[in-house]
Design a protein around this ligand. Sequence first.
Ligand SMILES: [Fe+2]
Ligand SMILES: [Fe+2]
Length: 161
Amino acid sequence: MTLTEEDEREFNRIIEPIATDPKALEMKKYTQHSHITTYDHCMDVARHCFYFVRRHGIKVDETSLITAAFLHDYYLYDWHTHGDKLHGYHHAKIAMANATRDFHITELESEIIDSHMWPLNLTHVPSTREALLLCMVDKFCSTRETLMKYGLFKDKDPVNN
Ligand SMILES: [Fe+2]
Ligand SMILES: [Fe+2]
């Protein structure tokens, strides 16, 4: 997956203020899937969301989609060692609360983060185009990153391919 130069500029314009924030950089400390950090996973998901809407001409609030995609797993712990067996159910709400506290996100962005674990969180149904998109793209990226552990996609940089 490669963004055009113009898309790349627009993507960076939107994401840079959050992605360079020291609080967001904390996500580099934690592993998400295989050797991928939570920070890189979130960046990968945000890029794929943006690529998808630009490629298919889908009308969305791009700033909200990218912001929410980048902060969707902003729960700030390593889920492998955290001890919460129900992490899958709980982390969307934790990420939403942390993002609201640290980045003053909008109501739409908050809803997008909150519903990204649907259908695992059965009652948190994505209710906007942006939310549904993040929900699907996150699953695609997570599966791809998990498969890296078994040698698949090993040559691919998750953020730029
Ligand atoms: Fe998640
Ligand atoms: Fe995720």
